[in-house]
Structures are given as C-alpha cells and as structure tokens.
Design a protein around this ligand. Structure first.
Ligand code: ARG
Length: 267
C-alpha cells in the first residue's frame, strides 16, 4: 500500500491576534511559540513515522496557516481549494492554491465559502461528508461533489464551539466514525445513522469532544489526537485502533488540534 501523504505547515508565524471562533476569544496573545513548536514537532514526528509528510512554507501575517486541513479537499489528483468565510484567513487561500498548482493538482475554486476542516472524504466509501452552518456554505457542496466525483453527505453544525466538522466528527478506517451527536441537527444525525451502521458509530462524550478527541488523524490503525478519556481510548482499542495522545494545547487555544494541523493528500 502506498504511504499516506500529509501536508503540514510549520508554526513559525503562529499566534492568536484575532478571534473567529469561541476558543480564540479567551486566548488572544496567549500562545507560547516555543511550546507550540515543541507540540507541533511531536505531532510531525509521530505522523512522519507512519506517513510521508510534505511541508508548505509558512507566511508571516497568516497565523492560522498552520491549520493545513482547511486548505481544501484533495483526492485523486484533484484539489478543491478553500474559500475562507472570515477575511482574517482569506489571504491563506492564495498560498494554498499556489501550492496545489505547483504540485500539479487539478485545482477547482468553489463558488461559495468552503473550508477543508468541514470536509471528510471517506477513502473507503464513494462519498464525502461536508459540514456547513458556520464556515462552509452548503451552496458549495454540489460542486465539491462533482469535482471530486463523490456523493456529498451534508451535515448541519449547530454548536458554535464545533464550528468545523472535524471538531466533532472523525472518519476512521474500516467504516468507523467517531462523533459528538449534539453538534448536529436532527436530520444530520439521522443521515449519519443511515449511512454508518450502529456497530461502527463511536459516540463521543462532551468531555472528549472538548479535548478535541474527534479532531483525529487516522493512519492505518493508529489514531492520533490531543487527548481522550480512558473510556474512549478503550472503545477505540476494542475496535482495533491504537490511540496515541500528543498534547497540542497551544493549538487548542485557537480551536484546532491534530486533524486541523494536517491535510491528507489522498491518492
Ligand atoms: N483558528 C482557526 C480558525 O478558526 C482554527 C482552524 C482549525 N481548523 C480546523 N480544521 N478545525 O479558523
């Protein structure tokens, strides 16, 4: 099996000087760059031991560029580039688009806001889950599905703490999905129940979603995340996964963690 390829961005210019989600509101100016670098490097090394990591050059003035998951959705040589909702992040879109073009992706730009943190491609199923309600607009969903040649399963997010789909749901290998049901409206919860059999649905409790346990990077059987309860770790182990905790507290302050810091470049 070819190695999973993952795009990351070193946190050289990472800090919090604006607030575009509830996590950032209480943390303006609160980041230790030194600790952030240590945490990012630990995540990088854990991923590099299991996958091929590619880096994009960080740009001063775009502190959230470290969250490469938001760059778009990538699969099969096609990159659907991001279109950020907030002006604070809009400059990043050009840097990510240029990277995709330089790496020979067939790049598409959505007609409405679309942030990669709202997208979960299931490599084992012919569909893509896309969250909307805070950052991405469902007006972009149809095009994204056409460009990636996947059925779009749209999920409405209703809790501002979980403003991106990857803060409250994680698509794992072998058909498993980890999620926090109260972050979704009733229709979206029904859609998840209709597509994912009960035995494959790992329901995450509030204490775990608040630790960003759903914001996980799954490489084969390893599930890497900031932190999780013993209960969730043993549920994952029973399902055949190997949970690995890497403290990412400096990034949680900005409303992100493991998954947000990585973009899977699916083949
Ligand atoms: N501060 C960033 C923002 O609010 C965090 C992004 C986290 N990314 C993610 N995929 N959840 O946009």
């Amino acid at each position: 099996m070819p190695a999973t390829r993952i795009l990351m961005c070193p946190p050289d210019h990472y800090h919090i000087d604006y607030a575009i989600n509830p996590w950032m509101e209480r943390n303006t100016g609160e980041v230790s760059l030194e600790l952030a670098r240590e945490q990012w490097t630990a995540l990088h090394d854990a991923i590099a031991a299991r996958a091929e990591v590619t880096l994009i050059e960080p740009v001063e003035g775009s502190p959230d560029m470290v969250f490469t998951a938001d760059a778009g959705a990538v699969c099969g040589g096609v990159a659907v580039a991001c279109r950020f909702f907030h002006p604070e992040r809009q400059r990043e879109a050009g840097y990510f688009k240029r990277w995709f073009e330089e790496h020979d992706y067939d790049v598409h730009e959505p007609p409405a806001s679309f942030e990669g943190g709202d997208a979960w491609i299931d490599p084992e199923q012919p569909w893509i889950w896309i969250g909307y309600g805070f950052r991405s607009s469902n007006a972009a969903h149809r095009c994204v599905g056409e460009w990636l040649n996947r059925e779009v399963l749209s999920l409405k997010l209703v809790d501002p703490r979980f403003y991106h789909l990857d803060t409250c749901m994680s698509v794992l290998a072998r058909g498993y999905v980890m999620y926090y049901p109260p972050a979704f409206d009733a229709e979206s919860r029904q859609l998840i129940e209709a597509r994912v059999p009960a035995a494959k649905r790992i329901v995450v409790a509030e204490d775990d979603v608040m630790k960003f346990a759903c914001n996980a990077v799954n490489i084969e059987d390893t599930v890497i995340f900031n932190s999780a309860s013993d209960t969730l770790k043993s549920t994952l182990a029973e399902a055949g996964f190997d949970p690995v905790e890497i403290p990412l507290g400096e990034f949680v302050k900005a409303g992100g963690s493991a998954r947000c810091l990585t973009l899977k470049l699916l083949g």
